[in-house]
Ligand binder design. Structure first.
Ligand SMILES: Cc1ncc(C[n+]2csc(CCOP(=O)(O)OP(=O)(O)O)c2C)c(N)n1
Ligand SMILES: CC(=O)[C@@H](O)[C@H](O)COP(=O)(O)O
Ligand SMILES: [Mg+2]
Length: 631
């Protein structure tokens, strides 16, 4: 079938299962080909081909609300809703978003990216439907990994209590990014093997009702039998006890099973949970046999061999590897160190640590709040927890950082990974808010290294810092490639470093924006403007001694950060200058403006917001000119 000709899912209504199977193969082939060039979440999407087709055949989107939890598995949905032609631009600057996007289509009824929000959103939509006395189905699709997220459990609790009509599709492929973890995962395992108890329950009821005369009395007894059947067949009774009608488990690649259970679910009152078993990566052998999560989200690959396309020249180590491997080295002589990841062992490159210290490595599932407070609990017992967490996912644990870690001034080392623009994952994943939401919290130290050598020393500093919580932020991707010292040393807390002298102006910056600051300073030198460049590697506490010295020189200052301006590092400099009475200090700031930054390559995103060498030169030149005018 020509997928590019699809305008909306209505064409599915008249298709036979055989035709749908052929369509599924066409979609698989299309995804494997397109994503071999663009990269993306190939594994999750290959796993939901039949499920997505079945949902769009059984329901009338967008009147019926199909909601994709996390949303990384919504590519098939996007193909069936008329966007196949845009897949060459998937996750690229101004191209097709890799997650549901309401501006893209009326069928994208809820935007996701962060896990475990679908059930709560579904509940909101169901309440609205009922208040407006509308007739429609609300159908959240949540994965077994996303189900481990606290929000999902909060929602299950509420939905089951309110008994709202809703059909929850549990897409169970036994995988989060890595193999799924937790007691819930074990319950699902029991359910997977328990077989279809629902039909046993109904058949029993029909049989008993046929018994003449005593049917009624017997049926009452049967109710008790049925309940014991439930416990007999479905040891996990977890969902039924929560007020759901549990259906399944069924084969999520079999259209007969899907249509039979979806039509049953549509006729069932109250909340239904349909447990669908799928295979992540189905139909593409390298992805289907993935046991670790390598094919969860990938860059480009060679279709025939499954080899990932490697960059032309050797890359410096990934920042995540640098940090996690340094923690691993230190853990050999420091038994206090325990690593905690909320479902990102592969992304945070903790495999090595896990293999060497299995008893000191915890993947808590998609549970960032829990991860942060486990770290706090460990610290109360004089352990040294290393909380490895993406900046964007740390947003989920804000109160735990404030209330549990910082307020009690506990020795937790937070490794804030993917700090800064992440690129293709877009708005929901840019790691640009952590400075603004942490800087105002008492007791926390926030730092960011300029390169991987300073990074290893910062990890060493953090592990040996026992005066409270300390966070080190580092970007997605690879280091800058510098020689590495063989001996660790501590970096004095709150000290900045002058990396280029200059008397006409000063740039204060850290991490990924240091190279562009240096390039700008060198070019400005040629224009006769000599600019000092300061590695402001401690965002909190500020190096007040150096900052006061700069303010006393009364030269223009420009702060630069790949983070939001509102409440960021530049705000801290403004606050300090004002608090010390430098009311006329010339301070300008470059950073992420007050808007969400969409998906695309980081270079294009920086270009779009003027966070470039040219942008810096423009700012400094303006500041210098204003200073001359005032002189
Ligand atoms: C709050 C949050 N934490 C972590 C992630 C990273 N993440 C993206 S997909 C995923 C696994 C989701 O597993 P599951 O729901 O089973 O979907 P599958 O990929 O198996 O289809 C994780 C942990 C996220 N998107 N949001
Ligand atoms: C969808 C999701 O949240 C994860 O798959 C995320 O895309 C991983 O990000 P990295 O690729 O930076 O590890
Ligand atoms: Mg899964």
């Amino acid at each position: 079938m020509d997928l590019l000709s699809i305008k909306d899912p209505s064409f599915l209504k008249g298709m036979s299962n055989k035709e749908l199977e052929a369509l599924g193969q066409d979609i698989r082939q299309f995804l494997i080909e397109k994503l071999s060039v663009t990269g993306g979440h190939i594994g999750p999407n290959l796993g939901v081909v039949e499920l997505t087709i079945a949902l769009h055949k059984c329901f009338d989107s967008p009147k019926d609300k199909i909601i994709w939890d996390v949303g990384h598995q919504s590519y098939v949905h996007k193909i069936l809703t008329g966007r196949a032609s845009e897949f060459d631009t998937l996750r690229q600057f101004k191209g097709l978003c890799g997650f549901p996007k309401r501006i893209e289509s009326e069928h994208d009824v809820w935007e996701t990216g962060h896990s475990s929000t679908s059930l709560s959103a579904a509940m909101g939509m169901a309440i609205a439907r009922d208040l407006k006395k509308e007739k429609s189905f609300v159908v959240p699709v949540i994965g077994d990994g996303a189900l481990t997220g606290g929000m999902a459990l909060e929602a299950l609790n509420h939905i089951g209590h309110e008994k709202k009509d809703m059909i929850v599709i549990l897409n169970d492929n036994e995988m989060s990014i890595a193999p799924n973890v937790g007691a819930l995962h074990n319950i699902l395992g029991q359910l997977r093997t328990a077989g279809k108890y629902q039909w046993v329950k109904d058949e029993l009821e029909m049989l008993l009702k046929k018994v003449p005369a005593v049917g009624g009395k017997l049926a009452a007894t049967a109710e008790r039998v049925k309940d014991s059947l439930k416990y007999l067949f479905v040891s996990g009774m977890f969902f039924e006890e929560l007020g759901f009608t549990y259906l399944g488990p069924i084969d999520g690649h079999n259209f007969d099973n899907l249509f039979e259970s979806l039509s049953y679910a549509k006729k069932t009152e109250g909340p239904v949970l349909l447990h669908v078993i799928t295979k992540k990566g189905k139909g593409y052998q390298p992805a289907e046999s993935d046991k670790t999560g390598t094919w969860h989200g990938t860059g480009p690959y060679k279709m025939d061999t499954g080899d990932f396309v490697k960059p032309n020249k050797k890359q410096p180590p990934a920042w995540s590897s640098l940090v996690s491997e340094t923690v691993r080295k230190l853990a050999r002589s420091d038994e206090r160190i325990v690593a905690i990841t909320p479902a990102m062992p592969v992304g945070s490159k903790l495999e090595g640590f896990a293999s060497e210290f299995p008893e000191r490595m915890y993947d808590v599932g998609i549970a960032e709040q829990h991860a942060a407070t486990v770290a706090a609990g460990l610290a109360t017992q004089n352990m040294k927890p290393f909380l490895a967490i993406y900046s964007t996912f740390l947003q989920r644990a804000y109160d735990q950082v404030v209330h549990d870690i910082c307020r009690q001034n506990l020795n937790v080392f937070i490794g804030i990974d993917r700090a800064g623009l992440v690129g293709a994952d877009g708005e929901t994943h840019q790691g640009v808010f952590d400075i603004a939401f942490l800087r105002h919290v008492p007791n926390i130290v926030i730092m960011m290294p300029k390169d991987e050598n300073e990074g290893q020393h910062m990890v060493y500093t953090a592990v040996n810092y026992d005066d409270g919580p300390i966070a080190m932020r580092f970007p997605r991707g690879n280091g800058v490639g510098v020689p590495m010292d063989t001996e660790f040393h501590t970096i004095p807390i709150g000290t900045w470093e002058v990396i280029k002298e200059g008397d006409d102006a000063a740039i204060l910056t850290f991490g990924t924006t240091i190279p562009m600051a240096m390039d700008a300073a060198m070019l400005l030198e040629k224009q006769g403007i000599s600019v000092k460049v300061v590695n402001a590697r401690f965002i909190k506490p500020l190096d007040e001694k150096m900052l006061t010295g700069l303010l006393d020189k009364n030269i223009p200052l420009l702060t630069i950060e790949e983070a939001v301006l509102q409440g960021g590092f530049g705000s801290a400099i403004l606050e300090y200058a004002h608090s010390q009475g430098y009311y006329h200090a010339q301070i300008d700031r470059l950073g992420i403006p007050d808007q969400f930054i969409e998906h695309g390559d980081v270079g294009s995103l920086l270009e779009e917001i003027g966070l470039t060498t040219e942008g810096i030169i423009k700012r400094i030149s303006t500041l210098a000119r204003k200073k001359q005018q005032r002189a």
